[in-house]
Design a protein. Structure first.
Length: 344
């Protein structure tokens, strides 16, 4: 990101941050030690956090610290390269995997640069009457980037399935009820984020307020605070205290629909600061492109009738991905568009 800020940047910020949020640990911290033989207490804790917050933090999660540290190092090494070198792996409208800088497209909403990698190569998504095959763009530096990434992917995916099974149990479902949605043609991806120091942190956001469209997000972050979660009880923004050894988990739109609104995907955002850069690595756990998302029959009753019409995840995901190149003030597709209005 450059040091000079275009005046239009300041004028067009949609959601200006409040630099005096509630400072709190906020979201629940859950110990996953007994996850291999889940106890009733652990399942209840997952359910309560998912219902009341839509976010929770996990410790003793099973991802080796060394595996995580290697990808964090590789991320810092890549973002420290010259702009010319980073642009060699720039994403485009044919394959939205790779490097992206908000400055390049005059995207004034986000103060950051990112690098996207799909976890299954190729990842197939629909586009109008045909399919796009997403493949990764591997940078030349660091030279062992691919091996580091693939090792991390294997470990964080284990955690994703562990969490998915706990969420399934917390909904009163069979442990493996949701696993089949991810077994074939998975569309998960990892994003490396770099938020440089910002000269006008009161006028910018690293990421504007949004909800995640997939099933689960598993976030690794450094020791610089930035993530804020909108508390459901009162709408206050809660700044999450960083912990470099834990993961932040949030429920995505898909689980909100599967649970028929028992669990909710919650708004969150990222703030920036003048002094420190910030790095994070979210893993977006997404089902196959062919999956039609609809409330699970086990979550439907006379007291809780079906609340969403079915939608195809691949088309939803593709629209989100391709909107990177026709950027709107807000994402151009939301699950609210599939909400069934009573009496309509």
């Amino acid at each position: 990101m450059g040091e000079v800020v275009d005046p239009s940047f300041i004028q067009s910020i949609e959601h200006r941050p409040n630099l005096d949020p509630i400072e709190a640990q906020g979201i629940p911290i859950i110990d996953l030690s007994p996850a291999n033989s889940p106890t009733d207490a652990l399942v209840a804790a997952i359910g309560e956090a998912s219902q009341k917050w839509g976010f929770f933090q996990v410790i003793n999660h099973g991802v080796p610290a060394e595996t995580r540290r290697k990808l964090e190092w590789a991320s810092r090494e890549f973002f420290s390269l010259s702009k010319e070198e980073k642009l060699k792996v720039k994403r485009d409208d044919l394959n939205p995997q790779g490097y992206y800088d908000a400055e390049l497209t005059k995207n004034v909403r986000d103060w950051k640069e990112v690098f996207d990698f799909t976890t299954k190569e190729p990842t197939i998504i629909p586009n109008d009457s045909h399919f796009i095959h997403l493949v990764n763009r591997w940078p030349q530096h660091p030279p062992n980037f691919r091996e580091i990434f693939e090792e991390y992917t294997r470990e964080v995916e284990k955690l994703a399935y562990k969490l998915l099974e706990l969420i399934s149990l917390s909904l009163g479902l069979a442990k493996d009820r949701l696993n089949g949605f991810f077994s074939d043609k998975q569309t998960s991806f990892i994003r490396l984020n770099h938020y440089p120091p910002c000269p006008f942190p009161d006028l910018a956001l690293g990421v504007g307020r949004h909800k995640d469209g997939g099933a689960l997000t598993i976030l690794a972050q450094d020791n610089v605070a930035g993530l804020e979660v909108k508390r459901k009880t009162d709408g206050e923004w809660i700044r999450v205290k960083p912990d470099v050894d834990s993961y932040i988990i949030n429920i995505g739109d898909i689980i909100q629909v599967w649970s028929n609104d028992k669990y909710e995907s919650v708004e969150h955002r990222v703030i920036v600061n003048m002094e420190k850069e910030r790095f994070s690595m979210p893993f977006f756990f997404n089902p196959g492109h062919h999956i039609n998302v609809v409330p699970l029959e086990e979550e439907i009753s006379l007291d809780n009738p079906v609340r969403y019409k079915a939608y195809n995840w691949g088309k939803f995901f593709a629209t989100r991905k391709m909107s990177n190149f026709v950027k709107l003030k807000v994402e151009n597709i939301q699950i609210s568009q599939f909400k069934i209005v009573e009496g309509a």
